[in-house]
Write a protein that binds this ligand. Structure first.
Ligand code: PGA
Length: 242
């Protein structure tokens, strides 16, 4: 495990974007595993800048997003498809057919999960998986549980996750109750995992995930078993790791 703590969020964003852009420059058809949430927004901003400066092209990259809310389609402003379009995809040259995000509006969600896994198996393994961490230790939407699913599946969001995400919705009732998420096995299969944490509210869970017991009660703790885990934290999130 390689942990770097940055004194500013800007430096962290630049370092993460450099990791991703560096991979794509070295391997133009890289498979990227992408995340949503507040954490990667600044990283995507830096990637857009690198693209605008002709430092990197995403023309041959293939992308797989971790998760999507059940019931929210591309036009819903809180869908992860919408998020990715706004923060990255519509600003760079990645071809639409190379972009993969689970379809939370699929009529048959179980079949949608199987379809996603087939696509992952065909394209994979993922070269670099970008990850945030939930306050409860979730990765993707793999919530703390007695057992964790290996592959893409429909999951019920727990109260803590729904509360954390309520800030993006008008009312609590609008916060989706379910999501499709890649499984922990799908995530751990990536050649490199880049875990990013920002802010004082992530310090406890980041420390628990990286230095505590490996347990399904903290899905991110399973990352300790990954042979190539890179952790990028700002000073607040990394406070307890010093
Ligand atoms: P955040 O979410 O980036 O909005 O903090 C992280 C996560 O829940 O994985």
């Amino acid at each position: 495990m390689n942990v770097t703590i940055f004194s500013s969020e800007h430096e962290l964003n630049e370092a993460a974007a450099q990791l991703i852009a560096g991979l794509v420059i070295a391997k133009p058809d890289a498979v990227l595993g992408l995340a949503t949430g507040s954490t990667p927004i600044g990283i995507y901003r830096e990637l857009r800048r690198a693209y605008e400066r002709n430092i990197v092209s995403f023309r041959r990259v293939r992308t797989f997003n971790l998760d999507e809310y059940v019931g929210l389609g591309e036009n819903h402003p809180q869908s992860y498809r919408h998020y990715m379009n706004e923060h990255l995809f519509r600003h760079v040259d990645v071809p639409p057919e190379n972009i993969h995000i689970p379809d939370g509006t699929a009529a048959d969600l179980a079949e949608e999960c199987r379809r996603y896994d087939r696509l992952l198996d065909q394209a994979g393994p993922i070269d670099l998986q970008l990850l945030g961490i939930g306050h409860n230790g979730h990765i993707g939407f793999n919530e703390p549980n007695g057992e964790l699913a290996s592959r893409t599946h429909v999951t019920e969001l727990n109260a803590q996750t729904r509360n954390a995400n309520a800030r993006f919705f008008q009312t609590m009732d609008e916060v989706p109750t379910h999501a499709i998420t890649m499984g922990v096995g799908d995530i751990l299969k990536a050649k490199t995992v880049v875990l990013v944490a920002k802010g004082a509210d992530k310090a406890d869970i980041l420390c628990r995930a990286l230095t505590g017991p490996i347990t399904t009660d903290c899905p991110a703790s399973l990352l300790q078993t990954h042979p190539h885990l890179i952790v990028l934290a700002d000073a607040e999130a990394g406070r307890l790791l010093r």
